[in-house]
Design a binder for this molecule. Structure first.
Ligand SMILES: NC(=O)c1ccc[n+]([C@@H]2O[C@H](COP(=O)([O-])OP(=O)(O)OC[C@H]3O[C@@H](n4cnc5c(N)ncnc54)[C@H](O)[C@@H]3O)[C@@H](O)[C@H]2O)c1
Ligand SMILES: O=C(O)C[C@H](O)C(=O)O
Length: 308
């Protein structure tokens, strides 16, 4: 199993580390445009192999895509992150060009690859890859909801004063400060709906904190987060590589599902060897449907800025 990660920055390197530690891939190639950077990150990570007990071979490449040839899965984390005070949408001007070029180069050397898009604004970048590459739709997956759901569960465990492993929950919708739809109605603590434990006000607070999860960290760190993003991407990579049939909210191209068309947005999906194998349609209530519709309008507005 060969995994390529383009963009050996904070998220790309974190993802490489989690993939290696989980020990399911034979090979990880890190590629970056900055001279020597991916090689350096790969060597540093390889020097953790005996410490962390993995056999995955990690190599680096400065923009040489022949090293990525025949990758099964490729992750796109190349591009600029936001700074405090910015929205993800403001990154489109620079990141759209990078994502378009990187996805074309990847496919040239790995025509059967499954792409996981991470660069922001992620839903729009995923849509761009659908519009420009010609890859089948099951082979293009945007990562956002897995991270947002992890943050939702963290906030829920904080409110419930319980271990995170007690909590289950999911965030669908756009990966943006206003577009996320945390499904509080369906969240549970060991199968018990969380609203049995928390007031409506406290649950609303959990939702709002979840939606600005990325912005909160960007303010604290001066750039956007990388540990949870890297771990979330590695979960998607593992589900595909190991044909796990696991369900994650992913940014998928919708063709009528949830009453939406011609955009990529976060919905629950089953991931396995064929990539995004199935979109799961939840029975949403009227309020949740209205939030999804509003979120989709936001994503479409950003898509409108693309030159496709
Ligand atoms: N979808 C999500 O949930 C999520 C989570 C975290 C970060 N992100 C996004 O991921 C992206 C990367 O974030 P980061 O913190 O790792 O940034 P970073 O600056 O640490 O790393 C980005 C890397 O991309 C490289 N790069 C730029 N252009 C390239 C090109 N044409 N080819 C190859 N490499 C190139 C840079 O040299 C840099 O090393 C940002 O757009 C960020 O907003 C998305
Ligand atoms: O917040 C960001 O800009 C990065 C990423 O989308 C995140 O949610 O951490």
């Amino acid at each position: 199993m060969k995994v390529t990660i383009v963009g050996a920055g904070a998220v790309g390197a974190s993802c490489a580390e989690y993939v290696a530690i989980k020990n399911f891939a034979s090979e990880v190639v890190l590629l970056d445009i900055k001279e020597g950077y991916a090689e350096g990150k790969a060597m540093d990570l390889m020097q953790t192999a005996t410490l962390n007990g993995f056999d995955t071979k990690i190599t680096g490449s400065t923009n040489d895509y022949s090293k990525t040839a025949n990758s099964d899965i490729a992750v796109i984390t190349s591009g600029i992150p936001r700074k405090p005070g910015m929205t993800r949408e403001e990154l489109i001007g620079i990141n759209a060009g990078i994502v378009k070029e990187v996805s074309a180069s990847l496919i040239k050397h790995s025509p059967n690859v499954t792409l996981i898009v991470v660069s922001n604004p992620m839903d729009t970048m995923t849509y761009l890859v659908h519009k420009t590459t010609g890859l089948p739709k099951n082979k293009i997956i945007g990562m956002g909801g897995a991270l947002d759901s992890a943050r939702f569960k963290y906030r829920l465990s904080e409110a419930l004063e319980c271990p995170p492993s007690d909590v289950d929950g999911m965030v669908i919708g756009g990966h943006s400060d206003t577009g996320m739809v945390p499904l509080t109605r369906l969240a549970t603590r060991n199968s018990v709906p969380v609203k049995a434990f928390l007031s409506e006000d406290r649950l609303n607070q959990v939702s709002e904190d979840t939606k600005v999860g990325g912005a909160t960290l960007t303010k604290l760190l001066g750039t956007s987060a990388w540990y949870a993003p890297g771990a979330a991407v590695s979960g998607l990579v593992q589900a595909i590589a190991c044909d796990q049939k696991k369900m994650f909210p992913c940014s998928a191209l919708l063709e009528g599902e949830y009453g939406l068309n011609d955009l990529c947005i976060g919905v629950p999906a089953i991931l396995g060897k064929d990539g995004l194998e199935k979109i799961v349609e939840l029975q949403l209530n009227d309020a949740e449907i209205a939030k999804m519709k509003e979120s989709a309008e936001g994503v479409k507005k950003t898509n409108g800025l693309l030159d496709v």
